[in-house]
Write a protein that binds this ligand. Sequence first.
Ligand SMILES: [Zn+2]
Length: 554
Amino acid sequence: MQSGALVPAMTGFLLLAAAQLHAAQPLVYERFENTTAGRACGGLGFTSEVIGFGGLARDNRAAAVLDGKPGTCVDYGPTVHVPTEDFTIEAFVKPASVARYQAIAAKWNEDGDQRSWALVVLPGGGLRFDVSPDGRFHADNLLATPAEVLEPGRWYHIAAVCQGATSRLYVNHRLVASKQRPSPGVFAGNANLKIGAADRYATEGPRPFVGSLDEVRLVPAALGPEQFLRTRQPLPEVKVPGPPARYFFPFVATSQQEALRWQSEARARLMALVEAQEPRISLPEAPLDVITAEPQDRGAYVLWNVSFQGNSRKPLRYPGLLAVPKAPGPHPALLALHGHGGSAPAVFDPKGLYHGFADRFAQGGYVVLAPSFPHKPYAAMMLWDLFRAVDLLQSRPEVDPQRIGVAGLSMGGEWSMWIAACDQRLKAAVVSGWMCTTEGVFAVPNCKCWRLPGLVELMDICEVHLVIAPRPVLFESALRDNCFPIGYTKQGFARIRAGYKIFGHEDAVAQDIWDAGHEWHGEKAYPFMDRILGGSAARAAAGGQPGYSAPAPK
Ligand SMILES: [Zn+2]
């Protein structure tokens, strides 16, 4: 290289370095030294109980205390914009509780699509970092950790870094989550930049933070851990829940014979894990004692309020709805299962995320039982009651006991997996909004009720579906399902299909992928069930009768 060319090149380099240095000046640096740089609102106070770990590398006498009431925050108004595609928001954070959404800092308002970015503590102790390029919500722009990363009452350093189209989350300087977004860019928008609150986030505002915050810094550059705020002593390592290094009983069969051997042992092991949490009560000890009452005429079928004795020596009844076609039987039957916060009426309701799938099957000539089940510490603890629900269907004279299937959404999808795997009376299953790899379930702050003790270590969660083989299963995996990201559900399905191939029935499994969120679809599910069980749900009218509203469970 000639020396003449070197000088302009070096000058350019120095200018660039100076520009980067300038760009790294914080846009916001809230040190909370008994005062705030932005406008302090509501019940914002100060404490001398500052960051542990020997304190900061620099002088630090006070931290902010936020009371968690609406209105408490530091408000910077709408004018602070990140001027580059790269930025870092970091803070020392001590949540007093991890029971709800709490914004650490956000320039985010869903009213009028004014979303820029948000760093939020999630219910259950996970973290979420959103960056929007255009003010709108896109699930692809959301980065989250599993639940249980943060515990209440402890100090953490948290950093969210946006570098081009990459989002990263760090806790105590350790990378805990990262992802590629579809495109770079940060919307400027009119949302107020707030510390300790958000204008409106996840349908509500102001999402007040409760606990202590200190050293909240927004820098228009993608910092690395070596540039984050430091403490005198090293920060403790955080534990992030995730898949085990190695599974105890994975599916590794290479022949049908091996696969069948694995399957019967896997089923026994799964049931033993449930039994350890919830002993099974036999039917002679606690008879089903089915009570039906208050029939409603629903056109093609009669809908009964039903209840039955649960898996308990004490009196314990579960309510539900039982649809019986008016046409002469015997009919195929379907166990229809709701998810978190759902109930029997919800799966009959054409409005809402279940799209009335229980009604649709009943219109299509199925006897449908939809129980209302409670949320237990572990979803799998409902297994013995799910057996009872199948017992109930089998006990009905209108039901052909050789043609019973199960379908459910979300936790109902998980229950469908469990009961289809463990109860071979079920001839087909639709698992909607649940099937995923273990890595994928951990990638999102899902309710931890899926983590039956011993299950996570046993096998990848998607492999539990291989215990159903060779009976047919249809998986519904929506493209924008925030609970079970599509990449992981595609991986899970590929593994299940490969496993079914070893069982000699590769074509018995299918995956319905369509553009929607966490909800029921049905487009493939109705013809799938009809084909196996001999119903006509695919041809039935969708949506039930006009003006129908299901009765509340008793
Ligand atoms: Zn749960």
